[in-house]
Design a protein around this ligand. Structure first.
Ligand code: MG
Length: 262
């Protein structure tokens, strides 16, 4: 009898392929460094988006978000999400203000290989709770990067990320998950930032050659999110702030390697 192929089976990469993905990752890292430097009161998200688009063009990289299919094609090369916006914010002419929490997510393809990453930047004077929210999201990502080199299955990593977030009194968004990445931006397996019964049936063995876009989304309040009528922007249902950070990470014979490291 034919066994149904595992929908979670990853497309494993060779060392040479991972090196090529790292070159794409370095362009994403450069784009996010530029974006971070522009996050200042008075600057608009659209200006940041334009600067990233120009950088990708100069580097010969293809932006992967612009035109991404959804209910309407995504209109920009970055997702820029403010405060209670979780992910998929559309860059607009709203100026950045002191006290904002700005999340910038972008991805490109270079020489046939993709990379995807996101940063979370507090602007000026923000509340101590927001500082802690950002720190906990970054710690959850750091835990995942460290533990994929130690654990046998992704579910064990997800459990540690989730525990860290819950211990701080925050919640993990469950509607959106991390993903395999390679020649395509979204490949199997899906890598949720939380555990569930379903996940134990669709777990992923951690093995050399695996490349994942790991992206915890941490809410200050409840985990529930809603999509705005623009068909893209996702916000927290309780309108409390949310943090999102992401790296493209390869698991090599020598351990985890962050391909989008700054
Ligand atoms: Mg991603």
């Amino acid at each position: 009898m034919l066994k149904r192929s595992d929908p979670q089976r990853p497309v494993l990469k060779t060392a040479a392929e991972i090196a090529a993905m790292r070159r794409a990752g370095q362009v994403v890292a450069e784009a996010l460094r530029l974006a971070r430097s522009m996050v200042q009161p008075g600057v608009t998200a659209r200006q940041i988006d334009q600067a990233v688009e120009d950088l990708f063009r100069r580097r010969g990289a293809l932006p992967l978000f612009k035109g991404y299919p959804g209910k309407v094609p995504f209109p920009a090369v970055t997702c820029i999400s403010f405060n209670e916006q979780v992910v998929h914010g559309i860059p607009s002419d709203r100026p950045i203000r002191s006290g904002d929490l700005v999340k910038i997510d972008t991805a490109c393809r270079l020489d046939g290989w993709c990379a995807d990453a996101a940063i979370c930047v507090p602007v000026g004077e923000v509340s101590p709770d927001i500082v802690r929210l950002v720190r906990v999201a970054e710690e959850a990502l750091a835990i995942a990067i460290r533990e994929i080199g130690r654990k046998a299955f992704w579910s064990e990593v997800a459990a540690l990320m989730e525990q860290h977030v819950h211990a701080q009194g925050f919640s993990m968004v469950e509607k959106y998950v991390g993903h395999g990445i390679g020649r395509a931006m979204h490949e199997p397996p899906q890598v949720p930032n939380f555990t569930s019964r379903d996940m134990r049936r669709h777990d992923c063995r951690l093995q050399p050659g695996l490349v994942l876009a790991i992206e915890p989304m941490v809410n200050m309040g409840r985990k529930d999110v809603v999509e705005l009528p623009d068909k893209w922007t996702v916000i927290t249902r309780d309108r409390l702030p949310s943090a999102h950070v992401e790296h493209t990470v390869a698991l090599t014979e020598q351990g985890p390697l962050v391909l989008t490291a700054d």
